[in-house]
Design a protein around this ligand. Structure first.
Ligand SMILES: *Cc1c(COP(=O)(O)O)cnc(C)c1O
Length: 395
């Protein structure tokens, strides 16, 4: 099996998995317990928090562990909204291609009387700091812009956007779920007030993540109960997963530069190979994208059929985000970069990890070429295009 869906989730690293086991079998106490077993667990919890904080350039008590990226995004947005509402500031700036964890929370806030401006991300899938600056108003309480997009992999100028927000005195949140462990993060240098990350996107376990909240920002309580996470997020900590996350994060960050070099070479070979397919287009900027991300549209085919046939050939790919597949609506991300419905339906996302090889990449290029050609040969839409009944949109 060739696994090319690492933006959906990654395989857990051996080191992370092994680091977790003692916290199930030996150090299984509840960190809130006062006895020795509990205190050993509490020490391990603090150590994991400290290790993660070091890699983000924040203090350990600026990190809150969550159940993943979605929870962190929800809590960040609801916190900024609560702070804003107190001051009569009910305007939020974000982008059209955020993850649904952000977009759906914004929808909820709109129903509660907030006004949301979603910035255009242009054909290249990138917002500019100037757009952010121009969108900020007197009553803006939050800017939320993702670090790297989960479907098309484009990287946003986070540091510059952070500087604009800091200058304007507006809170800045970034969904860094696709970036953590893969791109440089320094919350101080990048003027980030809140940041979401999720372990299973960097070879950690599923169901655990973290939210960084700059000291002095009063985090809203999402889950009421015990005093865990400084009273902001109740529930017995998932210590094995937290230790696994810290281990995987350290491992990914240490390998980041080396890995980026290797993966971008594989990515570029995939992009070059697939660009040979006529009437196709790469989604998002060619260079300002994650080293692991390849996203294409092929005219005249259905992405779902392509996925199923590729699966038959042993290739696990995606048509976009895991959340959008399964519905017939084209991806909001592809629409946001100006792809029309028909073209957006013929999408394919391939996302690499360290496990992938050159041989797999060559096999995949051939498999995609053959499958697209086959699907076109039986597609009525393609027939209309080649007979001139309909006009091609992609050159
Ligand atoms: C995967 C993902 C999420 C959701 O993270 P979970 O841990 O699965 O809840 C949020 N944002 C982005 C950009 C993602 O890629």
């Amino acid at each position: 099996m060739i696994y090319l869906d690492n933006a959906a989730t990654t395989k857990i690293s051996k080191t992370a998995l092994e680091a977790m086991l003692p916290y199930y079998e030996e150090i299984y106490g509840n960190p809130s317990s006062l006895h020795t077993a509990g205190q050993r667990a509490a020490e391990a919890l603090l150590e994991a928090r400290t290790r993660m904080a070091r890699l983000l350039s924040c203090a350990p008590n600026e990190l809150y562990f969550t159940s993943g990226g979605s929870e962190a995004d929800n809590q960040a947005l609801l916190t900024a909204a609560a702070i804003g509402a107190k001051k009569g500031k009910k305007h939020i700036v974000s982008t059209a291609f955020e993850h649904h964890a952000v977009l759906h929370t914004l929808k909820k806030l709109e129903k509660e009387g907030f006004e949301v401006t979603l910035l255009d991300v242009h054909e290249e899938g990138i917002v500019s700091p100037l757009q952010v600056k121009n969108a900020i108003r007197e009553d803006t309480c939050l800017v939320s812009v993702m670090y790297a997009n989960n479907e098309i992999g484009t990287i946003q100028p986070i540091k510059e956007i952070g500087a604009v927000c800091r200058e304007k005195g507006v809170l800045f949140h970034t969904d860094a779920v696709q970036a953590a462990g893969h791109l440089h993060i320094d919350v101080k240098e990048q003027s980030i007030d809140m940041l979401s990350l999720s372990a299973h996107k960097f070879h950690g376990p599923k169901g655990v993540g973290a939210l960084y909240v700059r000291r002095g920002i009063p985090l809203s309580i999402l889950i009421e109960g015990g005093a865990q996470e400084r009273g902001k997020r109740a529930g017995t900590e998932n210590l094995p997963a937290i230790v696994g996350m810290a281990t995987a994060f350290e491992e990914s960050c240490a390998a980041m530069d080396e890995s980026a070099k290797r993966l971008s070479a594989l990515r570029d070979r995939l992009i070059d190979g697939l660009s040979d397919i006529p009437h196709s287009a790469l989604n998002g900027d060619r260079f300002r994208r994650l080293p692991s991300n390849v996203s294409f549209c092929f005219e005249g085919i259905e992405g779902e059929s392509l996925l199923l046939l590729l699966d038959d050939k042993g290739i696990c790919a995606s048509s976009g985000s895991a959340c959008t597949s399964g519905s017939l609506d084209p991806s909001h991300v592809l629409l946001s970069i100006g792809r029309v419905h028909d073209v957006a339906h013929g999408s394919l996302r391939l996302t690499l990890s360290e496990e992938n090889t050159k041989e797999e990449v060559e096999y995949t290029i051939k498999a995609v070429k053959d499958t697209v050609a086959y699907l076109r040969s039986i597609s009525p839409i393609w027939r209309d295009l080649v007979t001139g009944k309909k006009e091609f949109i992609l050159k």
